[in-house]
Structures are given as structure tokens and as C-alpha cells.
Design a protein around this ligand. Sequence first.
Ligand code: GUN
Length: 285
Amino acid sequence: MTAKLIDGTALSKTLRADVATRAAALTARGHQPGLAVVLVGDNPASEVYVRNKVKACEDNGLFSSYDRYPATMTEADLLARIDALNRDPKIHGILVQLPLPKHIDSHKVIEAIAPEKDVDGFHVANAGALMTGKPLFRPCTPYGVMKMFEAYGIELKGANAVVIGRSNIVGKPMALLLLEANATVTICHSKTRNIAAFTRDADVVVVATGLRNTLTADMVKPGATVIDVGMNRDENGKLCGDVDFANVKEVAGHITPVPGGVGPMTITMLLVNTIEAAERAASNA
Ligand code: GUN
């Protein structure tokens, strides 16, 4: 059996067309949606992600500002910049790319972002709102994965879902969104004794560990849906995910490729969250 591919590029294109329509409508009313992207330091992967985010704004009619700061920037200066962006009426979403240099406390930085501009959904107010079932912003990567399930008709109600990885960015919010969709959710992580024992019984597996070959074919139930959040390079420098794609696709029912799976969806949902922030701001104006 060969799994059906879940095409994040194609789905993104459809969703971004709707973003562009909503951005144009807001702009026509004098409320062009605006995203501020802040990068501190010179992590090459972060630079690529951030450039793609800024380009996606330009391509879909959103205003964007891009602040690049050296790794030596002080925490106080970063907090002052966030304060200015919180007050800037042209800016509806603020994204501070993570990870930050070690001398900066990322919790403090995230908590400094106004919750109504926190389009990543990382602020404790937004994490708490998600946990209690009233999300203001859903974190972009798990939100994008939920859109994939919806677009491909993957039934989540009563499904056994396993999330491998427990980060604040992906694993934890992913588990909450699956729970909200009535799946039975298990979170596995680096200290889980036998991950395969959980994944073999799973209808849906989301892998977000940052480690190649975290999920191999022997760990997958035939027909299961496999979502690969990973973005790694193999020994030849080729992009690959956390899933042994070549072998798992022979067992799974649906699978996301890397690249062209979750990656474009993360950026798309950032645009969606920014549009929603701008629409809320415009309705309060
Ligand atoms: N670093 C890796 N993923 C993300 C993300 O979704 N948002 C931010 N701000 N930083 C990240």
C-alpha cells in the first residue's frame, strides 16, 4: 500500500487566496493588516524561516516590518522594541523568532508581547485560553496540521492520536487541539520507555522531535495518518523530516512529505492569525 500524500503546498495556496481576499478588504477600509517580524542573531535556519514569513506577507497583501538585530542585542533593548510594536497601530501581529540568544530570557520576551498581537499564540494568556477551550490564537504549526486533517477528511473523533514531542511550540498545543477535536491523545517524548507501543495503536501520529527517523515503518499501524513536523538535513544535505518517509509511506494511509507538508502550512496559519488580529482591531476601531 502507498499512502496518499497530504499536500501542504496546495492546501496553503487555497488558504492564502482567502487571506489575500481578506487582506484586500481590510486594506480597502484603511486597515491594512501588518506583521512585525523580529530576528535576533544569525541562526541560518531562522533567517530562512523569517525571510519566508516576510515574503508570504508581501505576496498576500499584508504589510510587514522586519527587524534584524545582532546576537549581542540586550534583553532590555529587545523589550523596548516590543513595547514600541505593541503601541504601533500599523502592526497587528508580532513574531519574535525563536530560539533567542542564551542571554535573553525568551519567556520574558514572549510575555512582553501584547496578547492580542501574539500571533504565535505563545503568551501564557493565549496558552491558557487554548487550554481552557477558548483560544484567541492557535499556535501556527499545530493549527496548520488541524487544517490538513480537515481538508483530507481525517476523522479525529474517538481516534487514537499520538504526538511525539512536547515543546510549547508544537507538541503541547498539538495535543490540546487534538483533544478539542475529541481524539484520545497520548504525548510521547524523549523519556517515554517504548514509543512504538503507543504509535502501533495510533490512528494519527504527529512527529515533532527534530530527530531523523524518529518514526519508522514498524512503528506504524497500517492505514494510519502520519504528520511530519520535522525539518532536518540528511548526510547529503537534503531536507528531510523526523519520519522515515520512504518506508512509512508504504504502511500509512496518509502522510505529509518534507518539504511541501507542514512547513508551508505554518506560514499560512501565521498569515491567518495576523488577518484575524487585524479584523479584531478594525472592528474595535
Ligand atoms: N521557531 C520555530 N518555530 C517557530 C514559530 O512557530 N514561531 C516562532 N516565533 N519561532 C519559531
